[in-house]
Design a protein around this ligand. Structure first.
Ligand code: ZN
Ligand code: ZN
Length: 134
């Protein structure tokens, strides 16, 4: 198999596997989680490969890096505009697809052209809430 030079992105089996792992993945996995998922199939895959691939995918707009979880970066293959809710107990992240019309005050925004917004909700998921109550 020849590498596809046109795209400038060589789809090695390892990269393909990372892409596949992310495709439709709603868990918002961290680098560690992606790495753990990968070494089952590719025991020789290095953490650096995972980092490099994620970096390339990020630059190509195929994956979004999220800073919702303060303890680690999380990755989202869904690059459409949406918001997130995170559980402060188990760091589970869910998508929020509602639209929230925002009207930021002019004084702060007059030197900016607003190109987007991202809302982070945080709370306790039902599992973590039950744990607290019992
Ligand atoms: Zn939770
Ligand atoms: Zn998301």
């Amino acid at each position: 198999m020849k590498n596809n030079k046109r795209s400038g992105f060589k789809l090695t089996p390892q990269r393909l596997a990372i892409l596949k792992f992310l495709e439709g993945n709603k868990e918002h996995p961290s680098v560690d989680q992606i790495y753990k998922g990968m070494i089952k199939k590719f025991p020789t895959m290095s953490l650096a490969t995972v980092y490099n691939t994620l970096d390339t995918l990020k630059k190509r707009g195929q994956v979004k890096e999220l800073n919702v979880d303060p303890s680690k970066k999380r990755f989202d293959p869904n690059t459409e505009v949406h918001h997130h809710i995170i559980c402060v107990g188990c760091q589970k992240i869910l998508d929020v697809h509602n639209e929230f019309p925002l009207d930021p005050p002019k004084i702060e925004t007059e030197e900016f052209e607003i190109i987007g917004s991202h809302i982070e909700f945080y709370g306790l998921c039902s599992k973590c809430k039950n744990k607290k109550e019992t």
